[in-house]
Design a binder for this molecule. Structure first.
Ligand code: ADP
Ligand code: MG
Length: 317
């Protein structure tokens, strides 16, 4: 298996009046070609910052990013432009990410105009192919985003991301703003595209039930750090970190006999500004003890299943 993306010790700190905000704090993972990595966690835990840093839409503070065998930890202007051919992003809210004054056809054409030397009619041919690929009727090519429903707008966002035939797409909460019935259609489209084009996805969401369906591997993020990573089935079958267990227990179970204990997290997510060195869940974790104040390391509990909790073995035996 070819690794399309390797991220090692990635950090993104923002300077704020109150001190440094550790939005992404020493994150490491890898992604295999043609697979989907789900990135899950509550709002504000650093998911979007992680995705944008990998794409160099914001510059990392430190750490290593290897994409398709090339070290892209630091890039200049030309390299940055070349990355856009291979790495793209789909946003949560297509309404705010699509220019309201541009037609569907112009929106999808834009990356081609900026990155490719094509004639007008060649671009139009490409745009029509892309519209067909994502299931947008040709008659809508001169419509504006506000004239379309959320599902169609997101399909346009997907068509635009596909225009340059990327290898890797960061999907940043792409279905979170959509009705549940439409969510499944968009997820199916993303999966079909992955199979046809061998695409690799980083799929960001705060909703674990969405990633279960689409991800091969999952990382769970809490306050800028990965607390657990595992193959998707393993994570759902054996969640080990108290935070993952709490997230999972919040998903409704359809079978009444399969009643699970609901694990409630106390309190709000703590501040990511100048965090203390120990486990960041301390204030909210009912299992927290004195030793949780020390920096946490990743413990491999079974092959490929990592948990950043010093109490994982006592709690899950
Ligand atoms: N440009 C920025 N400047 C300062 N802080 C930021 C900036 N972007 C994000 N943050 C902060 O970084 C943290 C992570 O944000 P974000 O990556 O958007 O989280 P998520 O996508 O998981 O909701 C939050 O505390 C947010 O306020
Ligand atoms: Mg976000």
């Amino acid at each position: 298996m070819n690794r399309i993306l390797e991220v090692e010790h990635l950090k993104k700190y923002f300077d704020t009046p109150r001190g440094q905000l550790h939005a992404v704090d020493d994150v490491s993972f890898s992604l295999e070609e043609g697979k989907t990595l789900g990135v899950v966690g509550e709002s504000g835990c650093g998911k979007s910052t992680l995705g944008r840093t990998i794409l160099h839409l914001i510059e990392p503070t430190s750490g290593k990013i290897v994409f398709d065998g090339k070290d892209i930890s630091r890039v200049n202007r030309t390299q940055w432009k070349n990355l856009r051919d291979d790495m793209q992003i789909i946003f949560q809210d297509p309404m705010s990410s699509l220019n309201p004054r541009m037609t569907v056809s112009d929106i999808i054409a834009e990356p081609l105009r900026l990155q490719r030397k094509l004639k007008k009619n060649e671009i139009l041919t490409e745009v029509r192919k892309l519209m067909n690929t994502v299931g947008i009727a040709a008659r809508l090519e001169n419509s504006y985003p506000h004239e379309l429903d959320g599902g169609r707008r997101q399909r346009i966002g997907i068509a635009r991301a596909l225009a340059l035939e990327p290898k890797f797409i960061v999907c940043d909460e792409p279905v979170s703003a959509l009705d549940v019935s439409i969510q499944a259609q968009v997820l199916n489209l993303l999966q079909d595209l992955q199979e046809e084009r061998k695409l690799s996805y980083m799929f960001i969401t705060h909703d674990l039930s969405v990633v279960k369906y689409i991800s091969h591997d999952i990382v769970v993020m809490y306050l800028g750090q990965l607390v657990e990573k595992a193959p998707s089935e393993e994570l759902f079958a054996h969640p080990m970190h108290p935070y993952t267990q709490a997230l999972l227990s919040a998903i409704p179970v359809p079978d009444v006999h399969a009643k699970r204990e609901r694990v409630i997290l106390k309190g709000e997510i703590t501040s990511p500004v100048e965090p203390k060195p120990g486990c960041r869940l301390i204030a909210r974790c009912r299992y927290a003890t004195e030793k949780c104040r020390a920096p946490q390391t990743q413990i491999e509990v079974s092959p490929g299943h990592f948990v950043s909790c010093c109490r994982v073995n006592e709690l899950n035996h």
